[in-house]
Design a protein around this ligand. Sequence first.
Ligand code: G3P
Ligand code: MG
Length: 248
Amino acid sequence: MSTSNPWPYPTHIAHRGGGRLAPENTLAAMRVGADHGYRMVEFDVKLSRDDIAFLLHDDTLDRTTNGHGPAGALPYGELALLDAGSWHSPAYAGEPVASFQAVARYAIANGIACNVEIKPSTGREAETGTAVARAARAYWQGAAVAPLLSSFSEVALAAAQAAAPELPRALLVEQVPVDWRERLAKYACVALNINQRDATPALIADVRAAGYRIAAWTVNDPLRAQLLLSWGLDALFTDELAAILPSA
Ligand code: G3P
Ligand code: MG
Protein backbone atom coordinates (compact mmCIF):
# COMPACT_ATOMS: atom_id res chain seq x y z
CA MET A 1 0.00 0.00 0.00
CA SER A 2 1.28 3.48 -0.76
CA THR A 3 0.74 6.63 1.28
CA SER A 4 -3.00 7.11 1.32
CA ASN A 5 -3.82 9.72 3.95
CA PRO A 6 -4.72 13.25 2.92
CA TRP A 7 -1.74 15.53 3.52
CA PRO A 8 -2.28 19.15 2.53
CA TYR A 9 0.83 20.31 4.37
CA PRO A 10 4.11 21.80 3.09
CA THR A 11 7.49 20.14 3.60
CA HIS A 12 8.92 22.88 5.82
CA ILE A 13 7.45 23.70 9.23
CA ALA A 14 8.62 26.58 11.42
CA HIS A 15 9.29 25.06 14.85
CA ARG A 16 7.57 26.86 17.74
CA GLY A 17 6.45 29.53 15.29
CA GLY A 18 9.63 31.36 14.40
CA GLY A 19 12.39 28.95 15.35
CA ARG A 20 15.32 30.72 17.00
CA LEU A 21 14.55 34.09 15.43
CA ALA A 22 11.71 35.15 17.73
CA PRO A 23 10.36 34.20 21.16
CA GLU A 24 8.92 30.72 20.78
CA ASN A 25 5.17 30.12 20.77
CA THR A 26 4.16 33.78 20.38
CA LEU A 27 2.23 35.59 17.69
CA ALA A 28 5.40 37.53 16.92
CA ALA A 29 7.08 34.20 16.16
CA MET A 30 4.28 33.25 13.77
CA ARG A 31 4.81 36.52 11.87
CA VAL A 32 8.56 35.92 11.65
CA GLY A 33 7.91 32.43 10.29
CA ALA A 34 5.58 33.81 7.65
CA ASP A 35 8.05 36.60 6.78
CA HIS A 36 10.62 33.88 6.04
CA GLY A 37 8.26 32.18 3.61
CA TYR A 38 7.11 29.42 5.94
CA ARG A 39 3.55 28.32 5.22
CA MET A 40 3.25 26.04 8.24
CA VAL A 41 4.01 26.46 11.92
CA GLU A 42 4.29 24.09 14.85
CA PHE A 43 3.46 25.28 18.36
CA ASP A 44 2.80 23.83 21.82
CA VAL A 45 -0.58 24.19 23.56
CA LYS A 46 -1.60 23.59 27.16
CA LEU A 47 -4.40 24.70 29.52
CA SER A 48 -4.57 27.51 32.05
CA ARG A 49 -6.08 26.83 35.47
CA ASP A 50 -9.43 28.00 34.08
CA ASP A 51 -9.13 25.75 31.01
CA ILE A 52 -8.19 28.33 28.38
CA ALA A 53 -5.82 26.89 25.77
CA PHE A 54 -2.59 28.89 25.38
CA LEU A 55 0.88 28.47 23.94
CA LEU A 56 3.86 27.41 26.05
CA HIS A 57 6.44 24.66 25.73
CA ASP A 58 7.51 24.02 29.31
CA ASP A 59 5.47 22.92 32.31
CA THR A 60 6.72 26.05 34.06
CA LEU A 61 6.75 29.72 33.14
CA ASP A 62 10.31 30.53 34.13
CA ARG A 63 12.33 29.93 30.95
CA THR A 64 10.18 31.79 28.43
CA THR A 65 8.23 34.37 30.46
CA ASN A 66 8.76 36.68 33.44
CA GLY A 67 6.40 34.48 35.47
CA HIS A 68 7.35 31.68 37.82
CA GLY A 69 6.19 28.19 38.63
CA PRO A 70 3.72 25.84 36.98
CA ALA A 71 1.99 27.47 34.00
CA GLY A 72 -1.20 25.51 34.55
CA ALA A 73 -1.60 26.95 38.05
CA LEU A 74 -2.53 30.43 36.77
CA PRO A 75 -5.83 31.57 35.27
CA TYR A 76 -5.57 32.87 31.73
CA GLY A 77 -6.18 36.46 32.86
CA GLU A 78 -2.88 36.35 34.76
CA LEU A 79 -0.97 34.50 32.03
CA ALA A 80 -2.06 37.14 29.50
CA LEU A 81 -0.30 39.87 31.53
CA LEU A 82 3.12 38.17 31.43
CA ASP A 83 6.04 39.16 29.22
CA ALA A 84 6.89 36.24 26.92
CA GLY A 85 9.38 38.17 24.79
CA SER A 86 12.08 39.78 26.94
CA TRP A 87 13.87 36.48 27.60
CA HIS A 88 14.58 36.30 23.85
CA SER A 89 15.70 39.85 23.06
CA PRO A 90 14.79 43.50 23.79
CA ALA A 91 13.06 43.79 20.42
CA TYR A 92 10.33 41.49 21.71
CA ALA A 93 9.93 42.96 25.22
CA GLY A 94 6.29 42.93 26.23
CA GLU A 95 5.23 40.26 23.75
CA PRO A 96 2.32 38.51 25.47
CA VAL A 97 1.70 34.82 26.04
CA ALA A 98 -0.42 33.81 23.03
CA SER A 99 -3.85 32.28 23.32
CA PHE A 100 -4.60 29.34 21.05
CA GLN A 101 -7.56 31.30 19.69
CA ALA A 102 -5.44 34.30 18.67
CA VAL A 103 -2.91 32.08 16.88
CA ALA A 104 -5.70 30.20 15.11
CA ARG A 105 -7.16 33.50 13.90
CA TYR A 106 -3.77 34.64 12.63
CA ALA A 107 -3.00 31.35 10.88
CA ILE A 108 -6.39 31.04 9.18
CA ALA A 109 -6.40 34.69 8.04
CA ASN A 110 -2.96 34.27 6.48
CA GLY A 111 -3.26 30.78 5.01
CA ILE A 112 -0.69 29.30 7.40
CA ALA A 113 -1.13 25.59 8.13
CA CYS A 114 -0.69 24.51 11.74
CA ASN A 115 0.70 21.57 13.67
CA VAL A 116 -0.88 21.92 17.09
CA GLU A 117 1.27 19.98 19.51
CA ILE A 118 -0.84 19.13 22.55
CA LYS A 119 1.62 19.60 25.41
CA PRO A 120 -0.35 18.99 28.60
CA SER A 121 0.80 20.12 32.01
CA THR A 122 1.73 16.97 33.90
CA GLY A 123 -1.40 15.23 35.16
CA ARG A 124 -3.80 17.04 32.83
CA GLU A 125 -3.25 14.89 29.74
CA ALA A 126 -6.81 13.76 28.99
CA GLU A 127 -8.55 17.05 29.69
CA THR A 128 -5.99 18.95 27.63
CA GLY A 129 -6.42 16.58 24.66
CA THR A 130 -10.17 16.99 24.85
CA ALA A 131 -10.17 20.78 25.27
CA VAL A 132 -7.57 21.47 22.58
CA ALA A 133 -9.31 19.23 20.04
CA ARG A 134 -12.68 20.85 20.75
CA ALA A 135 -11.17 24.32 20.46
CA ALA A 136 -9.40 23.41 17.22
CA ARG A 137 -12.63 22.09 15.76
CA ALA A 138 -14.40 25.35 16.62
CA TYR A 139 -11.62 27.69 15.48
CA TRP A 140 -10.97 25.94 12.15
CA GLN A 141 -14.60 25.31 11.28
CA GLY A 142 -14.96 25.87 7.52
CA ALA A 143 -11.21 26.49 7.04
CA ALA A 144 -9.56 25.13 3.90
CA VAL A 145 -6.84 23.19 5.72
CA ALA A 146 -7.42 21.48 9.06
CA PRO A 147 -4.77 21.68 11.78
CA LEU A 148 -2.67 18.58 12.40
CA LEU A 149 -2.93 17.61 16.08
CA SER A 150 -0.01 15.76 17.64
CA SER A 151 1.23 14.78 21.07
CA PHE A 152 3.90 12.78 22.86
CA SER A 153 1.11 11.90 25.27
CA GLU A 154 -0.95 9.00 23.98
CA VAL A 155 -3.55 9.78 26.64
CA ALA A 156 -3.92 13.28 25.21
CA LEU A 157 -3.98 11.96 21.65
CA ALA A 158 -6.70 9.43 22.49
CA ALA A 159 -8.75 12.17 24.16
CA ALA A 160 -8.33 14.40 21.09
CA GLN A 161 -9.43 11.52 18.86
CA ALA A 162 -12.56 10.98 20.94
CA ALA A 163 -13.38 14.70 21.06
CA ALA A 164 -12.79 15.56 17.38
CA PRO A 165 -12.21 12.37 15.39
CA GLU A 166 -12.37 14.24 12.08
CA LEU A 167 -9.21 16.28 12.79
CA PRO A 168 -5.98 14.74 11.48
CA ARG A 169 -3.57 13.42 14.10
CA ALA A 170 0.12 12.55 14.27
CA LEU A 171 1.76 10.36 16.88
CA LEU A 172 4.79 12.23 18.18
CA VAL A 173 7.55 10.00 19.54
CA GLU A 174 10.84 10.52 21.37
CA GLN A 175 11.99 7.12 20.07
CA VAL A 176 10.35 5.08 17.35
CA PRO A 177 8.46 2.25 19.07
CA VAL A 178 8.67 -1.19 17.48
CA ASP A 179 4.87 -1.30 17.31
CA TRP A 180 4.47 2.06 15.54
CA ARG A 181 2.02 0.50 13.04
CA GLU A 182 -0.34 -0.60 15.82
CA ARG A 183 -0.12 2.75 17.60
CA LEU A 184 -0.79 4.77 14.45
CA ALA A 185 -3.78 2.55 13.71
CA LYS A 186 -5.05 2.77 17.30
CA TYR A 187 -5.29 6.56 17.21
CA ALA A 188 -6.25 6.67 13.51
CA CYS A 189 -3.24 8.89 12.82
CA VAL A 190 -2.19 10.20 9.43
CA ALA A 191 1.46 10.60 10.38
CA LEU A 192 4.36 9.64 12.61
CA ASN A 193 6.46 12.55 13.89
CA ILE A 194 9.94 11.37 14.83
CA ASN A 195 13.19 12.72 16.21
CA GLN A 196 15.29 13.46 13.11
CA ARG A 197 18.22 11.41 14.48
CA ASP A 198 16.07 8.27 14.02
CA ALA A 199 15.30 8.93 10.36
CA THR A 200 16.59 6.32 7.93
CA PRO A 201 15.64 5.60 4.32
CA ALA A 202 14.20 2.25 5.47
CA LEU A 203 11.99 3.74 8.20
CA ILE A 204 10.70 6.47 5.89
CA ALA A 205 9.93 3.90 3.21
CA ASP A 206 8.22 1.57 5.70
CA VAL A 207 6.03 4.29 7.20
CA ARG A 208 5.00 5.54 3.77
CA ALA A 209 4.42 2.01 2.48
CA ALA A 210 2.12 1.43 5.45
CA GLY A 211 0.01 4.36 4.25
CA TYR A 212 1.23 7.06 6.64
CA ARG A 213 3.21 10.26 6.37
CA ILE A 214 6.40 10.89 8.31
CA ALA A 215 7.79 14.16 9.67
CA ALA A 216 10.97 14.83 11.68
CA TRP A 217 11.94 17.32 14.39
CA THR A 218 14.10 19.32 14.80
CA VAL A 219 16.24 19.58 11.67
CA ASN A 220 18.61 22.54 11.94
CA ASP A 221 21.37 21.56 9.50
CA PRO A 222 20.58 22.51 5.89
CA LEU A 223 22.45 19.50 4.47
CA ARG A 224 20.62 17.13 6.79
CA ALA A 225 17.33 18.72 5.71
CA GLN A 226 18.18 18.12 2.08
CA LEU A 227 19.19 14.53 2.77
CA LEU A 228 16.03 13.68 4.73
CA LEU A 229 13.81 15.15 2.02
CA SER A 230 15.73 13.17 -0.60
CA TRP A 231 14.88 10.03 1.37
CA GLY A 232 11.19 10.86 1.01
CA LEU A 233 10.50 12.52 4.36
CA ASP A 234 7.16 14.34 4.12
CA ALA A 235 7.97 17.26 6.38
CA LEU A 236 10.58 18.65 8.74
CA PHE A 237 10.43 21.02 11.69
CA THR A 238 13.22 23.57 11.91
CA ASP A 239 14.49 26.40 14.09
CA GLU A 240 16.78 27.69 11.35
CA LEU A 241 14.34 29.67 9.24
CA ALA A 242 17.01 31.80 7.59
CA ALA A 243 19.38 28.94 6.73
CA ILE A 244 16.78 26.38 5.63
CA LEU A 245 14.68 27.89 2.88
CA PRO A 246 11.12 26.59 2.70
CA SER A 247 11.16 26.57 -1.09
CA ALA A 248 14.36 24.50 -1.24
O1 G3P B 1 6.30 18.73 17.50
C1 G3P B 1 7.65 18.59 17.22
C2 G3P B 1 8.54 19.10 18.33
O2 G3P B 1 8.11 20.37 18.71
C3 G3P B 1 8.55 18.20 19.52
O3 G3P B 1 9.44 18.57 20.50
O4 G3P B 1 10.01 19.54 22.69
O5 G3P B 1 10.17 20.94 20.66
O6 G3P B 1 7.94 20.30 21.56
P1 G3P B 1 9.38 19.90 21.39
MG1 MG C 1 6.64 21.19 20.07
